[in-house]
Design a protein around this ligand. Structure first.
Ligand code: ZN
Length: 277
């Protein structure tokens, strides 16, 4: 796969309000229009206000993390389209209609979130972290600065999904209701998918993976299958689907650095939750 990449920006003086700062963001995927096969990749994002913080911690968001994120995005996003031609808010702290951020991919949502934090002052942008070196296990302290985060872009010559032949046919149902398929597509997870799955996020990592695959996979001639039918498939088939679903796009949540104990290069994972408290 070929990918372009860019960095989360720190410059943000392109403001249209008296107090609040905002910045133009280039989305790694963008809004896809299947009729023209074109992507709309520009949004304008404002820094956080008290309203934004409140949106993250509202009672409904407490039960579903991804609804909290949707609320935050609905406040920080100010316009959609290079010159706001798709949508433009009149009041910066009002909520965007739900359909936009629900339609957007998770990769895009995360980049908007990171960008909004990156322009909201040093306290929001940087976190002091400690981690263990992957090689010697020594403890390392470092600052994670969101402006260092690199963003991998989607290949925009393709639609926001991957299509592939299955290693063997999948069959669901029985008798006259039996359906088979030998071809499938997995779409990039959207905000709506995340909200649906967010309600089930107390399950384990594998349970979430199967929920995600059931939510985002469409089998030709069958459509979506339930997570129970999916889980009844052989492990080798599920591993195959998992590999297809491993789509490299969006913020790369790692920081590489040299360990000051052993001198080896090690990496630390960005813990986004730490930036949202
Ligand atoms: Zn080390």
């Amino acid at each position: 796969m070929t990918h372009e990449s860019h960095h989360i920006q720190q410059q943000y003086k392109e403001t249209m309000y008296n107090i609040q700062e905002s910045t133009k963001v280039l989305l790694p995927v963008g809004f896809y229009d299947p009729s023209t096969k074109q992507y709309t990749r520009h949004v304008e994002v404002a820094e956080w206000t008290g309203y934004t913080q409140e949106a993250l911690t509202s009672p409904i968001a407490k039960n579903n993390y991804n609804i909290g994120i949707s609320n935050v995005l609905n406040i920080v996003v100010q316009s959609i389209g290079e010159n706001g031609e798709v949508f433009r808010k009149s009041n910066p702290n009002s909520m965007l209609p739900d359909r936009f951020m629900r339609q957007l991919t998770n990769a895009d949502r995360e980049v908007i979130l990171l960008q909004s934090l990156a322009i909201s002052g040093e306290e929001m942008r940087k976190r002091a972290c400690t981690d263990k070196c992957n090689h010697c296990g020594g403890e390392i302290s470092y600052d994670f600065d969101l402006t260092e985060v690199e963003v991998l872009e989607w290949d925009h010559s393709k639609p926001p999904w991957v299509e592939f032949d299955l290693p063997k046919q999948i069959t669901v149902g029985s008798g006259n209701l039996k359906l088979t398929s030998g071809h499938a597509k997995i779409k990039l997870m959207t905000g709506l998918d995340a909200e649906v799955l967010g309600k089930k996020s107390d399950k384990g990592e594998f349970a979430m993976l199967f929920e995600m695959l059931a939510q985002c996979t469409e089998f030709d001639g069958i459509g979506k299958i339930s997570v129970d039918v999916l889980k009844s498939q052989p492990r080798s088939f599920l591993d195959f689907l998992k590999r297809q679903a491993n789509l490299q796009v969006g913020a790369i949540p790692y920081k590489k650095f040299q360990c000051h104990h052993c001198g080896e290069e090690t990496e630390a994972k960005l813990d986004l939750a730490r930036f949202l408290v």
